[in-house]
Ligand binder design. Structure first.
Ligand SMILES: NC(=O)C1=CN([C@@H]2O[C@H](COP(=O)(O)OP(=O)(O)OC[C@H]3O[C@@H](n4cnc5c(N)ncnc54)[C@H](OP(=O)(O)O)[C@@H]3O)[C@@H](O)[C@H]2O)C=CC1
Ligand SMILES: Nc1nc(O)c(N)c(N[C@@H]2O[C@H](COP(=O)(O)O)[C@@H](O)[C@H]2O)n1
Length: 223
């Protein structure tokens, strides 16, 4: 069993979630409220190592009333600095890492109240992360990027709902919503996207697309 997985992001018209310099503040205040309402609605928020390093996010609920989710970081080599805001104890934080992680860094973070879980030899299977979160009674989680982490989950059919806000910008380069090895054509994706809704944001400049993802039968995960 695994939790229900939402993936939420803001993209430019050319599908980028960040520019080549790592700039990613795309959403208007209304869209940020939507993001924070989603954080308040889930049990955990998951990010990858680069997002943690580049953005140094808080991942707390601030623009609406609600409780903070558990913050989950996937970092196979435990590359992140120990000074990040996600280690500030304002909400619980769990790191999933592998045997590649330096032992002294694991100890330092554990000493500061961060739960560090070694879940793989080299690579981390996102299915294992989700199963572990489910065992901890987390039934709904939000995947907040970045592009590589989104790919790792999506490519294994581990995303149930995709909520993408299209913002009126173009980067021409940078990090795409999904950053992976890719598919050669539309037939060979392991999932189908079913459009649920198209909404104009309250600001009048952004479009919020919601899709439900259905895993094609031959790719169905046994999870
Ligand atoms: N506009 C928006 O809505 C958002 C934008 N962003 C932007 O996205 C950018 C970062 O995206 P990106 O560079 O793709 O990186 P990610 O944040 O997806 O981090 C990728 C890294 O995380 C680690 N990781 C993720 N999954 C696994 C796994 N299954 N097993 C092992 N390690 C894993 C790996 O580290 P390692 O290689 O060391 O093993 C991997 O290189 C930032 O610039 C950020 O600002 C992020 C979120 C939202
Ligand atoms: N949905 C969405 N829209 C944007 O424009 C964004 N830049 C992001 N980024 C995500 O939010 C994190 C920052 O969170 P805090 O404000 O520090 O709590 C960032 O790291 C991305 O995960 N998302």
């Amino acid at each position: 069993m695994r939790p229900y997985v939402y993936l939420m992001a803001a993209v430019t018209v050319d599908g980028r979630i960040a520019s080549r310099t790592g700039y990613s503040r795309l959403s208007c205040p209304h869209d940020l409220k939507r993001l924070h309402a989603m954080r308040a609605n889930v049990d955990a928020v998951i990010i990858g190592a680069n997002t943690a390093i580049v953005d140094n996010p808080r991942l707390t609920v601030r623009y609406v009333e609600g409780r903070n989710p558990v913050r989950v970081l996937i970092d196979g080599a435990l590359r992140v600095p120990t000074t990040l805001r996600i280690f500030d104890n304002s909400a619980p934080t769990i790191i999933y890492t592998s045997r590649r992680a330096p032992l002294e860094k694991i100890e330092e973070l554990r000493g500061r109240g961060v739960e560090v879980v070694i879940i793989g030899e080299e690579k981390i299977d996102p299915g294992d992360v989700l199963r572990d979160l489910y065992r901890r009674n987390m039934k709904k989680v939000l995947l907040e990027g970045g592009g590589r982490t989104n790919w790792e989950f999506l490519n294994r059919c581990l995303v149930d709902e995709l909520i993408v806000t299209i913002t009126p910008y173009v980067f021409g380069n940078g990090v795409s919503l999904i950053e992976g090895e890719g598919y050669p054509n539309t037939e060979e994706t392991p999932f189908v996207l079913e459009l649920v809704s198209v909404k104009l944001c309250e600001c009048g400049r952004e479009i919020v697309l919601t899709y439900r993802l259905r895993c094609k039968n031959k790719f169905t995960q046994n999870i």
